[in-house]
Design a protein around this ligand. Structure first.
Ligand code: PMP
Ligand code: GLN
Length: 379
């Protein structure tokens, strides 16, 4: 038998919980995906792109039209002018961008600082390079970063600091002051910042503090985003990475042999749709705020305690008033006996946190939220 390269990795919790949801006919609020369709105009544009013959390889770094739209959006929202040719790479989802960013910059023996709970693809990508993930737990219940702890773990071996805002699973958002702390830590070092901003358009108060707003950080950062989150099409797997030219060049050395290019018809569709519907992402906060508030109102009579949701489309709930058991056991009980699939937080930690929290996805139609809430309020 082959010796595993990833001894700590089992099947991702998202697949596990979706499978259990099917098996138990549960309402699936686990894996994060909308149960409503992408805009009709976007779907039409995809079909049109296929019918017009955009079916062969796209340019390796993405179509010019889509990169142009990404640049327009970035300047409009974050005031940063991107190099359309050398600074933007379209990828097969943010997942590919994260892997390529790590593979392109992190060497064996180096260290990457990640904040737990950390999205589950980070640590395996780091460990496959022969590097080490240095885990710092976010403070609970705010899920904020204690920057002194970061200063304490940074050494000459630190190659990367990986941040995620709005944060999955908590929805916490980093502030301008957080970015200043980060900038002070990485100044005069060789540290690359990888900023996972896939929920960049889902921030409920104020505006998203993208690393791209921060000139000093942007000079040493790879920023990744995902069209799946923004346009309700997680199954299309299209994302992108923005980085200065020199970092982008390294990033592309991996991307070109990982996937070479990304699904061409979708690139054409996003470029068309972004040009004709620039308001789509501006409307997302109101769209998801209504869902968040509806979901919270539905759960108000339950015995779950609701944590604040500053961003993203997940609600964390504390279930300690219902059962005293760890989150892995509780989520298995909940899907089987309660008829609702949720995501426990333990798989996103290097060391089990011992918290009594579950993640519920509210990117759902009213009927789905109501069916779930009815079940959750019975417990
Ligand atoms: N990062 C975070 C924080 C995510 O939540 C997700 C998926 N929802 C991804 C990356 C991956 O995005 P994609 O589906 O575009 O690969
Ligand atoms: N990002 C999604 C989530 O957090 C899941 C993506 C996946 O299933 N790999 O739920």
């Amino acid at each position: 038998m082959i010796e595993t390269k990833l001894p700590k990795v089992a099947t991702t919790i998202f697949s596990v919980m979706s499978q259990l949801a099917l098996q138990h006919k549960a309402v699936n609020l686990g894996q994060g995906f909308p149960d409503f369709e992408p805009p009709q105009g976007l779907r039409d544009a995809l079909v049109q792109a296929m019918n017009e013959g955009r079916n062969q390889y796209a340019p390796m770094h993405g179509t010019a039209a889509l990169r142009e739209q990404i640049a327009i959006k970035t300047e409009r929202l974050y005031g940063r002018k991107l190099d359309v040719d050398a600074g933007i790479t379209v990828t097969s989802g943010a997942t590919e961008a994260i892997f390529a960013a790590i593979a392109a910059t992190v060497r064996a023996g180096e260290e990457v600082v990640v904040f737990d709970p950390a999205y589950d693809c980070y640590a395996p990508a780091i460990e496959l390079q022969g590097a080490r993930a240095v885990h710092i737990a976010l403070t609970v219940p705010e899920f904020s970063i204690d920057w002194q702890r970061v200063r304490d773990v940074v050494t000459p071996k630190t190659r990367m600091i990986l941040i995620n805002s709005p944060h999955n699973p908590s929805g916490a958002v980093l502030s301008g002051a957080d970015l200043e702390e980060l900038a002070a830590i990485v100044r005069d070092t060789e540290i690359v910042v990888l900023s996972d901003e896939v929920y960049e358009h889902i921030v409920y108060e104020g505006s998203h503090e993208s690393v791209l707003r921060h000139p000093e950080l942007a000079e040493r950062s790879i920023v990744v985003s995902s069209f799946g989150k923004t346009y309700h099409c997680t199954g299309w797997k299209v994302g992108y990475a923005v980085a200065p030219a020199a970092l982008s060049a390294e990033f592309r050395k991996v991307h070109q042999y990982l996937t070479f290019c990304t699904f061409h018809p979708a690139q054409a569709a996003f470029a068309d749709f972004m040009a004709s519907n620039p308001e789509h992402y501006l409307e997302l906060p109101a769209f998801y705020r209504a869902k968040r508030d509806r979901f919270r109102a539905l759960l108000a009579p339950s015995r779950f305690k609701l944590l604040d949701v500053p961003g993203g489309y997940f609600q964390l709930v504390d279930y300690s008033a219902i059962r005293d058991e760890d989150d892995l056991s509780f989520s298995r009980w909940l899907v089987a006996a309660g008829g609702v699939a949720a995501i426990p937080l333990t798989p996103f930690y290097a060391q089990a946190p011992g918290t009594r929290l579950l993640r519920l996805c509210f990117a759902k139609n009213d009927a789905t939220m109501e069916a779930a809430a009815q079940r959750l309020c019975r417990l």
